[in-house]
Design a protein around this ligand. Structure first.
Ligand code: CA
Length: 220
């Protein structure tokens, strides 16, 4: 899952990005509203964390512009405690949720996960099941039958991309885009490294390689 943080308080933005990266998200940060709008409009994000008071263009206007252009990416707005934020106005412009600063990091992560689940549609259940594989995306736990499989944050994120589209081919570029951040300019074959580790942990038949197209998670 790939997130965009639009926040001009650089220390806060950096701390959020570090924390969310450790949770397994791919995170990009911009410090200006106009740049945030351009980035978000490129459409590759699963969620945008948007401050309101920003240089360039304020968060309300960024949000309204994205919605007017037909972008449905979930938006979580951040605001200062002094009452600058008008909830009605924020929700009017199309924000999905908001948090007042100073906020608890744990609450922020919970809200982000809730919005991502809601966007996933269906029952809103955080549990994804493919055959005997069960991924609880809220608790970040994976079971294969009765056995719990221990995965790192990145391994979990790669598997999640495949599990959300079981039986379908997911391209390497698609996985890279949602699991690694914009600044990643290393070898795209990094995806292969993670897929091999997942095969070792889940069984060689768990993930098929579709030559020239990508990977497919098989029902185990
Ligand atoms: Ca600000």
């Amino acid at each position: 899952m790939r997130l965009l943080i639009v926040e001009d308080e650089k220390r806060l933005a950096t701390a959020l990005a570090a924390g969310l990266t450790a949770e397994g998200f791919a995170v990009d940060v911009v410090h200006d509203g106009l740049e945030g709008l351009h980035r978000a409009a490129e459409g590759a994000y699963d969620l945008v964390v948007l401050d309101i008071m920003l240089p360039g263009m304020n968060g309300y206007r960024v949000c309204a512009a994205l919605r007017a252009a037909g972008h449905e990416t979930p938006i979580l707005m951040l605001t200062a405690k002094d009452g600058e934020y008008d909830e009605a106005e924020g929700l009017d412009t199309g924000a999905d949720d908001y948090l007042t600063k100073p906020f608890s990091y744990v609450v922020l992560v919970a809200r982000i996960r809730a919005l991502l689940r809601r966007r996933g549609g269906g029952s809103g259940s955080p549990v994804v099941t493919v055959g005997a594989l069960r991924m609880d995306t809220a608790a970040r736990r994976v079971h294969l039958g009765e056995a719990e499989i221990t995965l790192t944050a990145k391994e979990f994120a790669v598997l999640e991309q495949l599990a959300l589209r079981p039986g379908q081919v997911v391209s390497k570029a698609d996985i890279l885009e949602h699991v690694w951040d914009f600044a990643y300019d290393g070898d795209p074959n990094i995806v292969e490294v993670y897929v091999s580790t997942l095969r070792r942990k889940l069984g060689a038949g768990a993930i098929s390689t579709v030559r020239g197209a990508g990977y497919r998670l098989e029902a185990l």
